[in-house]
Design a protein around this ligand. Structure first.
Ligand SMILES: C[S@@+](CC[C@H](N)C(=O)[O-])C[C@H]1O[C@@H](n2cnc3c(N)ncnc32)[C@H](O)[C@@H]1O
Length: 249
């Protein structure tokens, strides 16, 4: 089997993997790792560890692909991301050409599920030499959040919006949607939305032994979340958190 498998690995624990993901991991000869700063070191080790624990029958190797720097201060955010995707595609394409032998299968591990705020598929789309891509879904932090709080994200016949902290800060709580999942929010942008009638379900390090959960009326728990997040970051050097804002209707 050749081509590239993009495998959603949930939050990095073997029990988060689907049977399909375990089979795909066991079919890969070369894993390409595009990593980037902050939590990268720990996530890098988690991925290696995951492979060691679930790949039982197949020799494999990891190839680190140097991740081009992204211009985070750029005035044109969209342009900066597009340039970064193109540079990543160049670096990954070179690694694939150099490392993947005839008849070998490549793999890329996507944190959570590749469908949510993950650039892997866009990078593969931008390769100059197209490759066959198979996507194996994984458990997203969004699902881990809902399960941990024992809630459904969708209320009867209602939509849910998935967005970023940056967008929440820029546009506020959407007027046409009462349930909003927010990812990528180091600034705790929930502090600045209109708190009236809003409940927050927050989770950090979801699915891991370090998981932290806080929920309640936004007014009542916003400061507690900010403090818990800061303390978690101080302790471990990085934190990943996701939350649902739910407005009463
Ligand atoms: C680049 S996105 C990747 C999302 C990932 N593809 C997914 O399906 O969860 C990174 C964001 O995912 C969320 N996230 C990832 N892992 C998490 C975890 N273990 N606990 C809480 N949030 C997490 C955070 O909002 C983080 O800023």
């Amino acid at each position: 089997m050749t081509g590239i498998a993009v495998i959603g690995v949930g939050m990095g624990e073997p029990e988060h993997l689907t049977g399909q993901a375990v089979a795909a991991l066991n079919s890969v000869d070369v894993f390409f790792a595009l990593d980037k700063g902050s939590a990268a070191d720990e996530l890098f080790h988690l991925r290696h560890d995951l492979c060691r624990r679930v790949i039982t029958s197949h020799p494999y190797r990891f190839v680190d692909v140097e991740d081009p720097r992204r211009d985070r201060g750029a005035a044109d955010y969209g342009r900066a991301v597009a340039d970064w995707i193109a540079a990543r595609a160049t670096a990954l394409g070179e690694a694939i050409r150099r490392e993947l032998g005839p008849g070998e299968r490549g793999g890329l591990l996507a944190w959570g599920d590749p469908a949510f705020y993950d650039s892997t598929l866009r990078v593969l789309d931008a390769l100059l030499d197209p490759v066959d891509v198979e996507v194996i879904p994984g458990l997203s932090s969004i699902q881990m959040l809902a399960a941990a709080h024992r809630i459904s994200l969708t209320r009867v016949g209602r939509p849910v919006q998935v967005t970023t902290g940056r967008r929440l800060a820029a546009c506020g709580f959407p007027s046409d949607c009462d349930d909003v999942v927010v990812m990528l929010d180091p600034e705790c942008s929930f502090r600045d939305v209109d708190h009236v009638g809003v409940t927050i379900y927050w989770g950090a390090y979801l699915g891991s032994e370090h998981q932290i959960l806080i929920s309640g009326e936004l007014d009542a728990v916003a400061d507690e979340i900010v403090a818990a997040r800061a303390e978690a970051k101080r302790r471990r050097g990085w934190v990943m958190d996701t939350y649902l804002l739910r407005r009463s209707s």
